[in-house]
Design a protein around this ligand. Sequence first.
Ligand code: NOJ
Length: 744
Amino acid sequence: MKEEKLRELLEALSVTEKIGQLIQVPGNMLNAEGQELGVRDELGIGEELLRNVGSTLNVVGAAQVRRVQEEYLKRSRTKIPLLFMADIIYGFRTVYPIPLALGCSFEPGLLRRLCEATAKESAAAGAHVTFSPMGDLVRDARWGRCLESTGEEPHMNAEYVKAMVEGFQKGLSEEGKGKGIASCVKHFAAYGAAEGGRDYNTVDMSERRLRQDYLPSYKAGVEAGCEMVMTSFNTVDGIPSTGNRWLMQDVLRNEWGFDGVVITDYAAIAELIAHGVAKDQKEAARLAMEAGVDIDMCTGCYANSLEQLIREGMISEEQLDEAVWRVLRLKNRLGLFEDPFRGADEALERELFLKDEFRALAREAAVKSSVLLENKEGLLPLTVKEGENRKKIALIGPYADRKDALGMWAIHGDQKAVVTIREAFEEMPGLDFSWTEGCETLLPEDYADLPSLIERGERTCWDEKKRAEEWDRAMTLSEEADVVILALGEDTIQGGEGGSRTRLTIPGDQRKLLSEVRKRASEVAVVLFAGRPLVLDEVKELADAVLLVWYPGTEGGAAIRDMLFGKSEPQGHLSMSFPRSVGQLPLYYNAFSTGRPYDGKTPNRFFSRYTDCPNTPLYPYGYGLSYHSAEYGPVQLDGSTLKRGGSITARADVTNTGYRDGVETVQLYIQDVTGSVVRPVKELKGVVKLELKAGETKQAEFTITEEMLRFYGKDMRYRAEPGLFRVGIFPDSSGVPEAEFTLE
Ligand code: NOJ
């Protein structure tokens, strides 16, 4: 529709119809098979408004979307189509590894490709908008939503968010084709910094840190053209985001020029009351409107108060019109006025869902995001050759055969299609193995609500007999085997939204299983499933090899088999630091220099250190082993002075010293030695992935420019300050940059 026509449409709407556009309701209020009024009553939304609500969430599937849209349009006077939004976080029917895993790929292009593939499946299923990517930077593994983040690194997060937005929205602007889906960057802002890692908790930090570390990823999403932004649940400097005018207007719209739709997170306007910044729904609605929030997700605040606020002159009709305009414009961009069923197509669903090409991509992504944490004596890859004197293999552990090892947000995924490790092993010619689970993932002490889940029938648990049988079988198999592959991990319900933890060890009887298996088997390789960094000191000590696969998606089992047996090499490098102890959290590589930096050796307590634990992580950010090995030569700089507008090239030779070809993830770190404010000990500024044949040497090359050195100085201006910088080219973040140059 032409803009003029759209304007005319807006002008022809009644105030109630306009307000409707700003309201999002859960799908069950719009159920085409008969309106379920329960939720409607709860939200207090009247019949007329309900006929005019602008959007719904998590109603997907071509048939369902078409039905709901058809019914909706029948009852609507304005005939403005309904917008269908959904949480499509890391894949739709085909599920990819969780974002924290994808962050380990150091390959934004991979994320772009899989978001594009996801958009194809999702558009066929009738989705118009995805609530993704999540740009929240994470530093505290206690927070369950680490799994939805691409990690702790501001520069990488920005690259990933950009790539994801581009992937989802590819083809979106091609008129009427139903290609791509609109992307909603969330949770603006700094939701990942919840104090103590407890979900929905306070976020409070300096504006400098906010701008320097937390905002760049959202900004990258805006610059990549995301159509929507979601507010976060948390406060920022004492003001909940959803009522935070500074964030939404001054930063997002005025500074960054965002002119798309701002939506709240679920019920966040009403939460302004619980936060204690609004006394009732009406005040909450006013604060959110004033902040520039367009859509109220699933509360009655806008529905019940906006009309009155306008009548009383607290909110102007122009403000209302602006918000409605943004929603209408998005619908128009999606081509909904021409085709309200945009892309929703059952035949296309059949063609696209779990297509071979997408499955192959899922397998590639799982390999590129799995991190080899340990490989003592080169246990992996295992070799299996028919006719040779083979090793006897036992596959043991609760994740040996789990179809649901997908993480909490794979809500549209097809669990039946998931390849488990056991299934993948069975498909492998010449592989004999025995298997058993051994134990369950969780015990009640690991998850407070477990007993009530069991009581409600939402979860089953083994009886004593089964428990004893499984355990005994695991012990017998370990005794008989040469190599035990032990598939362990965090339970999926321990992560995701509301999944905060204070103990980060592998739950249940699994550590006991590991130590008992260790006593019996000669070699033990742990395949580790997780949605966050865990405390792995015991695992590191007991296992010969540890392959961290996170929640690896639909093709997880196949990818794991390929990696274990050397058909492919695990390529991931940690997107978050792994602590030695929960007490170290928050933990991140790019911490500020302190006045008392500790060398890790001196027996003197008056340093910035713990007296019972090193400062360093167990596994640093950027770390990951491979089946090849590599050596890094010294950094060579092609100059000692960087002029503004100019550049310096940093180079280092990287040699594959192993017997296999491989890919090295070469990382550039820079330290700004002195600044007007304290600077991090080092910052990642670039990555290249080098393919190296066995024995081959290649040069990693990075161009350093003044822009890469900018930060918010004492006067809050964003610029690079002259002075000394140090450069390192390393395989992970533990190195100390040494090569020096000066910025003029
Ligand atoms: C709450 C979550 O915080 C957010 O990430 C999600 O998109 C919405 N619910 C909608 O389901």
